[in-house]
Design a protein around this ligand. Structure first.
Ligand SMILES: N[C@@H](CCC(=O)N[C@@H](CS)C(=O)NCC(=O)O)C(=O)O
Length: 159
């Protein structure tokens, strides 16, 4: 198992889950400050250019909530992160959605060093407005391997 990650809350979330499960895994650091997440090899794994990404037995999973669910489904025989009791299981999934859809974005974007004090403005985005551009990129891209990427390296001809 290989975790592509960085020292951020979303990255640590998966490290914590793997440690809780007692799983051995390799770590591949993705240097976000150097924009390694925008390199073609990374985009081939996650077109949304974000850590964490987990590779397990040839399967690549991205989005931290999906990774947690995958680990719960496949590597959690004791139900440590995904309980076996149906009601508790649903509650765990509910909180995973809440975390990734609510807490994560709302706290993460204002704090992101990619942005400024204005949470929707990213200086490195060509148009200046990062998150609307990401939304357009994700919804307009038919497959994960087709450009335009939601965000491009500065000066690169993508888009
Ligand atoms: N919804 C995503 C968010 C992941 C995320 O925001 N990752 C950040 C670091 S914490 C990242 O890789 N940012 C790089 C970029 O957007 O280019 C998840 O839960 O996995």
């Amino acid at each position: 198992m290989r975790l592509y990650t960085a020292q951020t809350p979303n990255g640590r979330k998966i490290s914590i889950a793997l440690e809780e499960l007692g799983k051995g895994y390799d770590v591949e650091w993705v240097h976000l400050d150097e924009e390694e997440q925008l390199e073609a090899s990374f985009l081939a794994m996650n077109p949304n250019h974000k850590i964490p990404v987990l590779e397990d037995d040839g399967q690549v999973i991205w989005e931290s909530g999906a990774i947690l669910l995958y680990l719960g489904e496949n590597h959690d025989p004791e139900g440590r992160i995904l309980p076996q009791d149906p009601k508790q299981r649903m509650e765990a999934i509910q909180y995973a959605f809440f975390q990734t859809g609510g807490i994560g974005p709302n706290l993460g974007r204002p704090a992101s060093k990619h942005g400024s004090t204005e949470p929707t403005i990213a200086p490195r985005s060509p148009g200046g407005s990062r998150f609307p551009a990401e939304a357009v990129g994700m919804t307009s891209r038919p497959t994960s391997s087709s450009p335009p990427w939601p965000r491009c390296r500065a000066g690169s001809p993508c888009g």
